[in-house]
Structures are given as C-alpha cells and as structure tokens.
Design a protein around this ligand. Structure first.
Ligand code: FAD
Length: 416
C-alpha cells in the first residue's frame, strides 16, 4: 500500500479550503502577537490581498533589541516603544486584546473580552514565556528583586535603576540559561555593557556571569573583548566551573550553584523559557515547550491550519532573534497566500544577522543562511560567518554603526 505523503495530504486539504475570490471576499487570516514576527506577517499577508486581523495584547510594543543599551544608559527607553498606527494605516484590523483560546477544528480564536474571530489560516507569533518553575526560588515575585529584563519594559527600567543605584564596590550577579532561549548572544552583550557601566562609573564594582553552558554565540569575540576591555570588571563562570544556578533567595539576594553561594547587590536572573502560553492552549507546543513546524511554510507539525513563527517556533539552526522572526514571517506569509490560492509554496532560504555591542563604538556580528533539509531548517554550508578576531578598531566601529542602522531599518519597516 502506498501512503500519501504529508505534502499530498496538505494539497488535498488545500483543495477543500475556501479560496479567496471576489464572490467570497478575501480569505481571513488572524495573526496573534504583534512583535517582530507577527507585525511583519500581518503586513505581508495584507500586501497579498488577504483580510488580516492582528491580535496584540498591548497598545505599545516594547522592543528587546537595544534594551541592553537602555540598561547601560546608552539609549533612551523611548527608542524602544512602537505603536500600531502604521499597521492600522496599512489596512490591518488591529485588535488590542489577549487571545485566550483556539478552536483549531472550528478555526476560531477566542479573545479575553469574549470576542470570537473566525479564520481560514492562523499565524501565531506569541514570543516567549519565562519559566518561573525552573530555578528554585525564582518565581514571578522574585523578578521584582532580581529582574530578568528578558521581556523589555518595566523589567528593563527596573534593572537600569538597580544598576544606577548600586554603590561603587558592589557585586552584580548575572545568570544565563542553557539553550534554547531568546537571543543567544543577548546575555553576553548585556554582560559586556554592564561591565562598561562598572568600568566607567563604578570602577571598584564587579560582575559575575554564571552560565548554564560552556559554549555560546560569538564566544571567542566576546571573550577577546572582555580580556581587552574589562579584565578587572567581568568574571565568567561556565557550566564546567560551576556556572549552573541551582537556586536563588531574593530576600537575602543570594544566588546558589552546586559549588558556591554568591551575594549580590544587583542580580539579573535570566531563567529558561518556552513558547508564549497561547501556543500551549492551541496545542501547537510539544513537551519541550516549543512549537515544531514544517520549515517550508511554518505550519504547525501538530495542528493543521496554524502557522508558528518567531521565538515560539522550533526553527532548527535558526536562532531566536528579531531578524529571524522577521524573515520567517515573510516566508510564512507567502506560503499562507500560496496555500490559500491552492499553490504549493516554494522552498525558501532564510537569512539572519545578530549584532552585539560590546562597548560604545565596538560592534560584532554573526550571520547565517538557512534552508529546509530533512524536515528542519539547517545552515547553508559556507554562507554566513562571524566578525574576524583581532580586527582593527575601525571595523568594530563600523559594525556598531551597522547595528544601529539595522535597528532603525527593521523597526521602521515593521512598525513605521
Ligand atoms: P515578540 O517580539 O516577543 O512578540 C510577541 C508579541 O505577542 C508580544 O507583543 C506579546 O504582547 C504578544 N502576545 C503574546 N501572547 C499573546 C496573546 N495570547 N494574545 C495577544 N498578544 C499576545 N534580536 C535581534 O534580531 N537582534 C538583537 O539585537 C536582539 N537583541 C535582543 C536583546 C535582548 C536583551 C533580548 C531579550 C532579545 C533580543 N533579541 C534580538 C531577540 C528578539 O527580541 C526576539 O527574538 C523577537 O522579539 C522575537 O519576535 P516574536 O514576534 O517571536 O516575539
């Protein structure tokens, strides 16, 4: 007996779907989550002539990229905030409400205010939730004393205030989770910029970075820069030397590992993460807490008709970044337009670049190109790469300019 492939089943399912036509009106797509992934997808779907509703819990988006610079006093918080007026002007129906449930059989999204939105296809880009059950002692209340600042907003401002108020000679303790998590180089950029604050404003203070792993993104570049710029400020403790945090006490401001107990004046605890909770409600998250997808069209491997993009998705070799979410959103939107028109989506190639600032005027980057292979997104051999080691200061300066240009461009395209 010959079993139909998943692609044939998909094609058959597409045949049975209502198609966009003048008589019926455009097909309805609901996008949940108005961050880098969702807002990009909504725009691209609208450009494809579909009827698009974007459901976003907050009236203002607060961007994580460049929030480490806010913590270090190098960027105003205002530069992180974006409204949804540009998306509304583009003809997207923007609904500010929390999506609370998804009926994948009836193809309906339920909102907290009781509204029910029907869809032909659903795109989820809910970002992450922090796992407040992962580190003993680190629950939601503990984050008021020991901010994670891994969702930008009040947490970013809290960590900045704590750092500013810390006396010279104080100790900052930072913890970094194991993979996978949002923005692989982000904790090391944060460590660098906190070290910059200490070096320039509190020269007797120290930063201890406790890492739950031994290897990390742009490691040699970061560590070279730390040796050059922050030898007296930053101590890095990898997993092999006891970097895994086993518990915290927010009242006593202590951070424990199997080897030692650290007393902190400021503690930034970045806990493990999972896909935003609506992914669980929709049934698209697996036991890992993340969402398996078809890498050609970002359709959930678990629930047909729902596509998952951005941090929430298991995107193989692609890191969880705003750049990735933006690229995935465009590929996913084109695939949804194709599927609704009864066409098979083309096999995509996706690109990501992540810039990190190690100090003002000192930027480094990593870039990759990805394509679907054997059901997952894999690196295209020979494409991409990282900034060179031992580069002249002029190149680092240029990369810092590229980073700022990238931020202006992507936020302008997505929210402008
Ligand atoms: P998000 O941008 O988090 O958007 C999710 C949206 O969904 C949110 O607005 C949320 O309110 C909404 N939402 C969630 N659930 C619901 C619901 N049930 N109903 C309605 N709305 C809902 N990436 C880079 O590319 N470059 C960088 O330099 C960079 N720097 C970073 C620095 C830091 C410190 C951090 C923490 C991250 C950084 N990132 C960077 C990563 C980047 O922020 C994320 O990868 C990106 O935001 C992922 O986009 P997303 O759409 O998946 O999720």
């Amino acid at each position: 007996m010959i079993y139909p492939t998943r692609r044939l089943l998909l094609a058959a399912a597409v045949l049975a779907l209502p198609r966009p036509s003048l008589a019926q009106g455009a097909a309805k797509v609901v996008v949940v989550g108005g961050g880098f992934g969702g807002a990009t997808a909504a725009r691209a779907l609208k450009q494809g002539g579909l009827d698009v509703t974007l459901v976003e819990a907050n009236p203002t988006y607060v961007s994580c990229p460049f929030s480490n610079e806010v913590i270090a006093g190098l960027q105003p918080m205002e530069a992180q905030r974006f409204g949804y007026g540009g998306l509304a002007k583009a003809g997207i129906r923007v609904v500010h409400a929390t999506a609370t449930g998804i009926d994948a059989t009836a193809r309906r999204v339920a909102l907290a205010d009781g509204t029910v939105l029907p869809y032909d296809r659903l795109v989820l880009s809910p970002g992450i939730d922090l796992r407040f059950d992962a580190i003993p002692g680190y629950d939601e209340a503990a984050a008021d004393a020991m901010p994670h600042a891994w969702k930008a907003g009040v947490q970013t401002e809290l960590l900045k205030r704590q750092l500013d108020a810390m006396p010279d000679g104080g100790t900052v303790v930072m913890s970094v989770p194991g993979n996978p998590y949002r923005c692989p180089p982000g904790p090391y950029e944060r460590a660098s910029l906190i070290a910059h604050v200490l070096k320039t404003r509190k020269p007797r203070a120290k930063l201890i970075v406790l890492d739950a792993k031994d290897a990390f993104s742009k490691q040699r570049l970061f560590q070279q820069a730390w040796r050059q710029l922050y030898p007296d400020q930053l101590a890095y403790v990898p997993l092999a030397s006891g970097g895994q945090v086993t518990g915290v006490d927010p009242a006593g401001m202590t951070v424990r590992t199997d080897f030692e107990e650290y007393k902190a004046d400021v503690a930034c605890i970045i806990p493990p993460q999972r896909a935003g909770r609506i992914a669980v409600a929709a049934g698209v998250a697996d036991r890992s807490g993340w969402c398996p997808i078809d890498p050609v069209n970002f359709e959930s491997a678990l629930v047909p008709g729902i596509h998952v993009i951005g941090d929430a998705a298991i995107a193989g070799a692609m890191p969880k970044s705003a750049f990735s979410a933006n690229a995935q959103a465009k590929v996913c939107a084109l695939a949804v337009i194709d599927l609704l028109a009864g066409r098979a989506p083309e096999t995509p190639k996706l690109v990501n670049t992540c810039y990190s600032l190690v100090a003002p005027g000192y930027g480094i980057s990593v870039a990759g190109v990805y394509r679907p292979a054997n059901g997952v997104l894999t690196d295209v051999d020979g494409a991409g790469g990282v900034s060179p080691l031992d580069a002249p200061a002029a190149l680092r300066e240029q990369e810092a300019v590229y980073a700022a240009d990238w931020y202006r461009t992507i936020t302008g395209q997505v929210f402008g």
